[in-house]
Design a protein around this ligand. Sequence first.
Ligand SMILES: [Zn+2]
Length: 887
Amino acid sequence: MKFEVALLASAALTLVLPAAAAAQPQAQADTVDASLPTQLPRTAIPHHYSLTVTPHAQRLTFEGQVAIDLEVIKATRELVLNAADLKFNSATLRAAKGGAPLAGRVTVNAEAQTATISFPRMLAAGAYRLELAYSGKINTQANGLFALDYKNKEGKDARSLFTQFEAADARRFLPSWDEPDYKATFDLVARVPANEMAVSNMPAGSSRNIAGGLKEVRFQTTPTMSSYLLFFASGDFGRITKRVGDREVGIVMSRGNESKAQFALDAQAQILPYYNEYFGTPYPLPKLDNVAGPGQSQFFGAMENWGAIFTFEYALLNDPAITSESARQSIFSIEAHEMAHQWFGDLVTMAWWDDLWLNEGFASWMENKTTAHFHPDWGGEIERVASREGAMGLDALNSTHPVVQEVRTVEQANQAFDTISYSKGESVIAMLEDFATPDVWREGIRRYIAAHKYRNTRTTDLWGAVEAAGAKGLTTVAADFTTQPGIPLITVASSQCVNGSTVVTVTQGQFSADRKDAVAANPLTWHVPVRASAGGAAVQAVTADRNTQLAVPGCGPLLINPGQYGYYRTLYTPQQVQALATRIPQLGGADQYGLISNGLALSLTGYQPMQPGLDLLNAMPANGSAKVVQRLVGRWDDLYDRLDGNDGPQAAMANRVVRAYGPRLQQLGFAPRAGEPAVDALLRPTLIATLGKYRDPGVLAEAATLFAAWKSDPDAIPGSLKSTWLGVIARNADAATWDAIRERAKATTGTVERTSLYQLLGRTKDEALARRALDLALTDEPGKTISSGMISTVAGQHPRLAIDFVLSHLAQVNELIDISGRSRFMQRLATSSRDPELIPILESYAKASLAESDRKPIQQAIDRIRYESAQAQRIRMETAAWLAAHP
Ligand SMILES: [Zn+2]
């Protein structure tokens, strides 16, 4: 396909690219899968949308005209499509073969988010073009078309526009069949200020100036894709690019931030060829942009719009003034995640939100795999285990759900973006790749992508492809772990050394945090790939039986799940735990972290006393792997928090941590060192924050010195540690200190740094100052998307205070959260609480504010608080006893 480029000199900022890619053969569905859930009658299928949009950024409204080429598949008198917050001016239908236009009457159903267009006579099956003229709202949170305000390079107020459509918000921009299996092609024309840059999925084909200081930018036709992947942005942008083969990768950002985008651009250029090779189908669009937006959302950080990823600045720009080492590493991994979606999600899309995990679990797994491939020194295998632990935290509750779950409402689709879809999905895929072997797994993925490109799939299509590539038995294992909720528990009996092998019986049951007795009496069963090692080669058996006997070469300490690919918990005998504790210094990082986390989880849920868990934790040498130590300091700190109110044991715990890890911090030094390992740069802020929390005099003195210098010079603290050191200060702040941080926040123009400073105001331990932070969040001062983050930060220290505040200002607070994140905000605020008094408060909030179908996240928060408060007293007593016995 060849097209005209009409680029005017005055429109030099317009993004106009040559067509690099030949048109791809594109599959267009001419039937619909009647077995899929839908909110729309299966009477018509859209094939192509031609959309012209004119935003009025200052008035926060826009006008749209769309012509939809569609096929009526069943004679009907009306067409029903999705629309939310749109006002219709006209609706006209023409048969493709000609004839008089038919005027339609539009009836909007706000509740169902649909528009019904009724016609004076029956429409026979066949091809039509439906033309709609309408207007809509520009939101101030990230839903539909939305505005983000910021200070530009010159310090002036500026506003850029972006879109965010997943799961079900394309309908706020475009009346459409807004469900993932209605794939279509899109032509977008945008009328924007002549001095702005407009960006969409495809490169601009042409741009011309029109009346009113505007220009009309015509983007090339997209490939066949789901409506939630459409993207549009316009603003005072800069763009930097690189060629990768015959494709172009680019970062689009607020003008002036170009140098901060180089790290992300390099990552993109590195990852694209790797994915072309891994997926076996080259990236199909001519360009791939990642567009940075100033601000944040309570729902997401980045979105995989095809060819035009959107990422909030804090997750994309590497700013020497504020970006920490962990944020810098996240830039790479978020790029890896969103780019994986360009194939897994965009090119091949789940048929319905039930299979959302196919998108998210896969992209999370690929993100980790890719980051570990390019940055083996970042300790990715520890992150993989951390994802499993995060997933199991939720999956051990009665209110968990299977990876493949039933989604019926828009709200449930939004709620499906949770730890189970992402982290359990990732963990199960890691287990299955290990089961299939990486080569067979990749071959299966290549076949799956090739067979289903431009189409929709279900989970079973993936299993079929990998099994056909050679992974015999994979479907059975995969089905058990994706269609059932929960976690297998492998209980290990006493073992015997027989002829140089460890002979042992393992028993399969189910692990549960809040229904231990019920699941013990009636456990689910899985086909579990159980692996074991005892000093010799590891053995693996896939077992669905209650009891399985293993003969493991070697008679050393018996380790179940070496490598930590298995998604299950392991309950050892006390003797086996003690033997493993002595082995911990010699184990690899993933096994160290996995074994210790497993032990702590069993202790915290009451499957065993605290002592074996603490013994394992204590066995990790303080001078061991920086990445493991960084994670384990967090585990000690979690136990410290559980001792709240028991001053003696809590002080003993703090002393213990300071004594063990203080020397490690001394070795690392308080400031970053040129050329140091990335994992050291990660460990330092963790140690500073934790020791600062325990009021270590050395850390507090350094924080005070740096803060005094920072008050007159914002660059006095190294950027990568700025939020860490200021976090120590903010936590212990008095009113004068708090005011000083606020004044600096007010004066800061960079959105990322400004956001970080406002959030610090919520970190204070002082309740009166925390109240001030909450009050400030409801003013216009922080900015539309910063406020909700301040409330979340307050909840970290003062969950009850934050929740009471939100409940008494619910309508105001809802305006500060994107619509898709609202039903989960309260769950997030409750995360750090173990206070049973919150339970009735959360229950009555759910009853009053959420439909019954949409209460799962709140129920999860309630279940967690209930079981944790039931264990709290035992955990405190046993931990105190352990501390007394280990002075
Ligand atoms: Zn994702």
